[in-house]
Design a protein around this ligand. Structure first.
Ligand code: EPZ
Length: 420
């Protein structure tokens, strides 16, 4: 397994291009299953999760062709069952269920287990399918959903932690070909849901209200092929913004959309960073001392849980006390012990971590546990004295395109040690 070697202590300077959003492209690729006509998706990041979704679509019978940042998919004929192992390995693939149910009136996928950040049930997805008239059975590790016909219906999709992103996406896709009108209350408002709805509407769907807690889908008989450019990755952009603030550097995030990042940019400004918005992205720098800020993760437009770990790394090098509360996933503090290994002073109290920041970090071998935790360890390595070795970077390759090349471009001393 590859690892990253980082010699810290240098400010980052320069420009980095923000890739297409992983969490938009995964459901958008699944949505191509809704038509037998060709679809072309652009600004597709070269990530292991994306390639994985390509394998799943191919397994289902679609022709999939990746070509230099674009993907052409044509799902002429389809199987209704997702390959057990493929699905189990990547949770995001659960969003093939809605399109298969809509197009074939049957869908079988393996029940996605929990992951290190939480139990992550799919009860709300299934509740939505049942509201559309599907019969759902969980058996032998599989979820089977089938329906003679799907009929639009009002439903409430709010759960323990509020809205569900992929649940909203899945049910919205199933409702596109249902008879009549579906109203999803407590829908997720994430920009990735809005991007998916835009793609579906370009295929001929009738979706209104995406980006608000109430989404209305008027079912249509069939959808046609379409072309779409994916939105930039706001989580990747937030990660590089924090890297600039953490290393006392100045970084231009080319293609970043500030209008998708209000909560993050607001907290970074409170912490002492300077944010300049311009037509082609935004520039993040830091002139003065960092200040501690408290963070509570919430559904969009609140502070994103996918930036919690990276923000904790920043607070670890910020003099003073900050409290970081995780409200979305019940066990998303796997990075705390590894940040502590680098010299951070962090205590966990229930859903909160109390960060006593400002102690200098020193490089050490650390272990990545999940995608965003590994990003936090890379950021800490950039600020630490000496050399940090981040192991199991396959986690980071799932969601960050060429992170080592991009950081080197900004002046970081980072190299990938490939496993022989
Ligand atoms: C999406 O996951 C993202 N993944 C996650 O990003 C992100 O952390 C999450 O949304 C929240 O923003 C993709 O888009 C591929 P949820 P999703 O359903 O849709 C509970 C990353 O780092 N819940 O919005 O699976 C759930 O347990 C990844 O890129 C139910 O209880 O998340 C959680 O506590 C990690 N029942 C909360 O809702 C359900 O049926 C939010 O989960 C569904 C969810």
């Amino acid at each position: 397994m590859d690892s990253l070697l980082i010699k810290g202590g240098l400010p980052l300077h320069g420009e980095v291009a923000i890739s297409g959003a992983k969490n938009a492209v995964l459901p958008i690729l699944a949505a191509t299953l809704l038509t037998s006509e060709p679809c072309v998706i652009r600004r597709v990041p070269n990530l292991s999760d994306v390639r994985f979704m390509g394998q799943i679509l191919t397994w289902l019978g679609a022709e999939v062709r990746f070509d230099n940042g674009s993907v052409r998919v044509q799902a002429r004929k389809l199987k209704g069952t997702g390959e057990y192992d493929l699905i189990r390995k990547m949770r995001g693939s659960i969003c093939i269920m809605g399109p298969l149910l809509a197009r074939l009136h049957k869908a079988t996928v393996s029940l996605p287990g929990g992951c290190v950040i939480g139990a992550r049930p799919i009860n709300l997805h299934l509740k939505g399918f049942e509201a559309l008239g599907a019969r759902v059975v969980i058996e032998g590790g599989y979820v089977h959903a089938s329906a003679k016909r799907l009929v639009g219906s009002p439903m409430f999709l709010g759960g323990r932690a509020g809205s569900t992103v992929l649940g909203t996406a899945n049910v919205m896709m199933a409702a596109t070909l249902a008879e009549g009108v579906t109203i999803i209350e407590s829908a997720a408002c994430e920009p990735e849901v809005v991007d998916l709805a835009a793609f579906l509407n370009s295929m001929g769907a009738k979706i209104a209200g995406a980006g608000s807690p109430t989404i209305t889908v008027t079912g249509v008989k069939m959808l046609h092929g379409a072309e779409h450019e994916v939105i930039p990755d706001r989580i990747e952009a937030a990660t590089y913004a924090i890297a600039a603030a953490m290393t006392n550097g100045e970084v231009k995030l080319r293609g970043a959309r500030a209008d998708h990042m209000h909560a993050v940019l607001d907290k970074l400004t409170d912490a002492g960073a300077t944010i300049q918005r311009n037509g082609t992205g935004l520039t993040v720098s830091r002139k003065g001392r960092l200040k501690p800020v408290d963070i509570t993760t919430l559904p969009y437009s609140g502070f994103p849980t996918d930036v919690q770990a990276q923000m904790m790394a920043l607070m670890a090098v910020t003099p003073g006390i900050s409290i970081i509360t995780e409200r979305i996933f019940e066990s998303r503090f796997m990075h705390v012990s590894e940040l502590t290994r680098l010299g951070a002073d962090i205590e966990i109290e229930g859903p909160s971590a109390i960060v006593k920041g400002g102690k200098p970090l020193s490089g050490a071998p650390v272990m990545a546990s999940d995608l965003r935790a590994s990003a936090a360890l890379v950021l800490a390595g950039l600020a630490a004295r000496g050399t940090t070795q981040v192991n199991r970077v396959y986690h980071i390759d799932r969601g960050y395109e060429q992170i080592d090349n991009k950081l080197r471009q900004l002046g970081a001393r980072i190299e990938r040690i490939e496993d022989s």
